[in-house]
Design a protein around this ligand. Structure first.
Ligand code: GRF
Length: 234
């Protein structure tokens, strides 16, 4: 199977996938491209070290291009938001084109810190290309960024006793897609946010491989079913 992995940071989840491909924990699977929205993401170095093609997809370039267009035509102050919306959609549309060109079987968001518009999601749906995401919280608990810190604060206030991590399908609603695999992580008295984060990251590195394997298995199963249907139909 062919994977495209999207990152924004250190890439330890990417590294877990790279290792799983080499060890055949993910059988007959390779990463065809790593895309980052941050130029300095160490995950790009990990990909290069593994001989994987990389792309830095730069949102600032799009914002500048559309901001200049907006600046030439004097518009009300809220037009800045419109320029950003136009920039984000153009960025996402180009990202979808870039991803689809490699014909991957699955897109894996591994620490990808960018909220998608439909300009990215719709072309993938049309191409039957699923995307999955790793999120360091339990379903419907701490959606969005800084999930671990927010869970830790809730633990301090005695509101929760455990948190977790999950792999889920990417949909428009941030971190709300159908979970594929979920793992609870206990929270202990004396935990610091760092010790909790460390325990969650260990779980994430297992889940990212398990979740990718499960998503690929479902994909191949669906393709076999579709093929049988086609054969019956013809
Ligand atoms: C992970 O905790 C991921 O869940 C979150 O950001 C972190 C990325 O870590 N979105 P890395 O870049 O894979 O090391």
């Amino acid at each position: 199977s062919r994977l495209t992995v999207l990152i924004s940071g250190s890439g330890t989840n990417l590294q877990a996938i790279i290792n799983a491909c080499s060890s055949q924990l993910l059988p007959n699977t390779s990463i065809v491209r790593v895309v980052s929205n941050r130029k300095t993401a160490y995950g790009l170095k990990r990909a290069e070290n593994a001989g994987i093609p990389t792309t830095y997809h730069n949102l600032l370039e799009y914002k500048k291009r559309f901001r200049e267009a907006q600046d030439t035509a004097p518009r009300p102050v809220d037009a800045v938001d419109e320029a950003d919306t136009v920039a984000r959609n153009a960025y996402d549309a180009d990202l979808a084109t870039l991803v689809l060109a490699d014909k991957p079987d699955l897109v894996v968001c591994a620490g990808w810190m960018h909220i998608f518009t439909n300009s990215f999601l719709a072309p993938l749906v049309s191409a039957n290309l699923p995307a999955i995401n790793i999120h360091p919280a339990l379903p419907k608990e701490f959606d969005g960024a800084n999930a671990i810190a927010r869970a830790y604060a809730a633990f301090q206030e005695g509101r929760i006793k455990r948190t977790g991590a999950m792999i889920h399908y990417v949909v428009r609603d941030v971190d709300r897609g159908e979970p594929i695999v979920v793992q609870e992580v206990e929270m202990k008295e004396g935990d610091t946010v760092e010790s909790l984060e460390e325990r969650i990251h260990v779980v994430e590195h297992e889940l990212i491989v398990k979740g990718t394997g499960m998503a690929l298995a479902r994909l191949w199963e669906k393709r076999d079913v579709d093929k049988e249907k086609d054969e019956e139909a013809n």
